[in-house]
Design a protein around this ligand. Sequence first.
Ligand code: 5AD
Ligand code: SF4
Length: 445
Amino acid sequence: MLSPCRKVYIETYGCQMNVSDSEVVLSVLAGHGFVRTDRREEADLILVNTCSIRENAEQRVRGRLQIFQQEKRRRKVIVGIIGCMAERLKEQLLEEEQVVDLVVGPDAYRRLPELIAQVDEGLKAVDVKLSGTETYADILPSRYDANGVSAFVSIMRGCNNMCAYCIVPYTRGKERSRSRDSILDEVWQLITDGYKEVTLLGQNVDSYGWKAPDGTVVNFAQLLEEVAALSPTLRVRFSTSHPKDMSDEVLYAMARHRNICRSIHLPAQSGSTRMLELMNRHYTREWYLDRMAAIRRILPDAAVSTDLIAGFCTETEEDHRATLSLMQQCRFDFAFMFKYSSRPRTLAARKYTDDVPDEVKTARLEEMIALQNVLSEESKRSDVGKTFEVLIEGDSKRSAEEWCGRTSQNKMVVFPKRGGAVGEYVQVHVTGCTSATLLGEMSQI
Ligand code: 5AD
Ligand code: SF4
């Protein structure tokens, strides 16, 4: 007998990889009679896909759990924690958070139906085994939050880098690459379904490497070209690049294909070589600047974004100044900036002292944000007067009379509708900007 459909509600925190994983989870569950709902109050199963990257990411999830606890007092519902926090805290989560029935790490999503069945029997269920091989290659993700235009495609999992501050290698395990063929199949399916943009995801895409049956190894530059060659009207993005591994070969592959977007996310973390060494990043400030120069030379119209950490262990005022001057020199178009947060088990937590006082971290972060605001504004101002090809994503937040979409450089543009439709490419002349977006006019079509 077919059991009636059960409803799953999922909240996703953290990185794009988590969004992509939530799509895998929904696909696994859809194969076992679950349908997704946006309304938590009607869900039979609440899943939280969690992030451990900084202490505050975990605090947020703990806050959500309190709310689910109140809900569980009122009605029967299963609550599951999945993702990085599940992996980091394991059974401890069951002890600390009464509300949790299910704890499942990033490599155990295939077992979710089985684990839910255990909970149905009145038990608590945990699977946090990491795998050296799992890539979910054969699972076609259920596109979630989809605008039908852009989708994430995971090309690898895990990370071998062991940056001193980072929890990811502990929560996502060893690096492994997904087969080229399964990636191309998935992208082809997206094209067939009308998608216009894919973002290839990995913690360090530059170290992608898949051994073909004939023994040859497909590297990231080759994969990128093969994906781009599937359709000239498909935009291809990728994230994240690592400065130590980003090769000229990847930049030349981008230059050869107009549909590979002119946008590179290249986390610097710090502008001080001393800090970079302590962080175990395997490059110097000069090396980073050399990679930046290669981007400017090979892809002069590319936008570059970065990640920066304020107040890592032993960071001095001089180190901090070096980060500010790196920002000035690179003129980043966009930056994600964070206060250092010590994570248990990492090299930094075990071997270094988190000795920069919180108020100093805050002051340095604020200084970085203020500088980046100036750089981001400059970057947008330099686009005024130019015309860009924009992929329409939907109505602007402000008005149904306006479209919003992105340039190849990943900058958001808002412009009055004059024809065009979601998923179409239009030429937009940029006439101005706000702090967050470019403003423009569609060229007559
Ligand atoms: N504290 C602060 N920021 C961190 N990041 C990673 N680990 C930490 C940490 N412990 C930042 C890095 C990384 C981004 C995803 O998060 O800048 O690139
Ligand atoms: Fe993503 Fe890292 Fe957060 Fe895990 S800890 S969800 S890999 S950002």
